[in-house]
Write a protein that binds this ligand. Structure first.
Ligand SMILES: Nc1ncnc2c1ncn2[C@@H]1O[C@H](COP(=O)(O)OP(=O)(O)OP(=O)(O)O)[C@@H](O)[C@H]1O
Ligand SMILES: [Mg+2]
Length: 267
């Protein structure tokens, strides 16, 4: 059976004796099923009445489903406040859904203990934040080595790998600079190297070019595209930049709590 939703590709035997039918299945790497996320109301004052409520309850996502296939580069777009960052947090096991499940391969993220979630983030996920969150007092090299040191890799080995990755992002000559001394674009490239130094299979990036000027944003996005292809990554990128979104394999728009295919009909 071909499930079109699974993206199967089948070369049919067209009546001759050979070649035999070949079925190539594209592996689903990341899957979210029926996601809901509730942020509870916060009340001020005493009592349980809603009177004096400082913040009402908020429901994000209404049975949100997502499948990302191996090697895909998927753009997530949507209005500010739609829940894009919240969704990436769920995919990275930085947060847990109120209902529904997130799977990475055969692993169900909601079954994780906090320690397993941390291991998953360190092993499987490279995460790029909009505001990089580098440690300004540490060198670029030390920042990139940090995820390896966190998993117990020997310092000399971690620094050696970090140096290779700084070269990959074109910053081999900035290794000893403190990250606080680097430009915004350079800092974002360092954070990309930090995300990938552990050789994860998933790259999750939350507006990785959102804080950069046009030319620098273009350079960082092109670098992400190159690394995605060169390292066989599966990537989910949140972006407000529709031109960058168009360069991804798929564009999904987060709208009214669901993801809808938003590839423009032309081109
Ligand atoms: N920890 C939290 N507690 C309560 N509400 C939250 C929390 N995190 C996010 N929200 C709310 O959830 C909604 C979605 O936030 P989110 O950051 O996911 O949006 P976004 O689509 O990433 O927006 P932007 O494009 O501005 O980054 C917002 O209304 C936000 O205020
Ligand atoms: Mg956001």
């Amino acid at each position: 059976m071909i499930d079109p939703d699974e993206g199967d590709v089948r070369f049919e035997n067209e009546g001759t004796l050979e070649p035999l039918p070949v079925v190539m299945e594209r592996t689903v790497v990341m899957r979210a099923v029926g996601l809901t996320k509730m942020y509870a109301a916060v009340t001020t004052g005493s009592g349980s009445s809603s009177k004096g409520s400082a913040r009402p309850a908020l429901e994000l996502f209404r049975g949100l489903d997502l499948k990302v296939h191996s090697g895909e580069m998927v753009a997530i777009v949507g209005e500010s406040g739609a829940g894009k960052s919240s969704l990436l947090h769920l995919l990275a096991a930085l947060d847990t859904p109120t209902a529904g499940e997130v799977w990475c391969g055969e692993t169900r993220l909601s079954s994780f203990t906090p320690r397993q979630a941390a291991e998953y983030r360190n092993r499987d996920v490279g995460y790029v934040w909009q505001f990089h969150y580098l440690l300004p007092e540490f060198s670029a090299l030390e920042n990139v080595a940090m995820p390896l040191l966190a998993r117990g890799t020997r310092r000399s080995e971690a620094l050696e790998k970090a140096r290779v990755w700084l070269g990959e992002v074109g910053l081999g000559d900035r290794a000893e600079h403190r990250s606080g001394e680097l430009s915004g674009g350079e800092q974002q490239r360092v954070s990309l190297a930090r995300a990938l130094v552990t050789e994860p299979r998933l790259l999750l990036a939350d507006e990785p070019t959102g804080d950069l000027d046009g030319k620098t944003a273009e350079a960082v996005f092109s670098l992400i595209q190159r690394l995605h292809a060169a390292h066989g990554l599966t990537s989910v990128l949140v972006t407000h930049n529709l031109e960058f979104a168009e360069r991804c394999d798929r564009i999904l728009k987060l709208k009214e709590g669901r993801l809808v295919d938003a590839r423009s009909p032309v081109g």
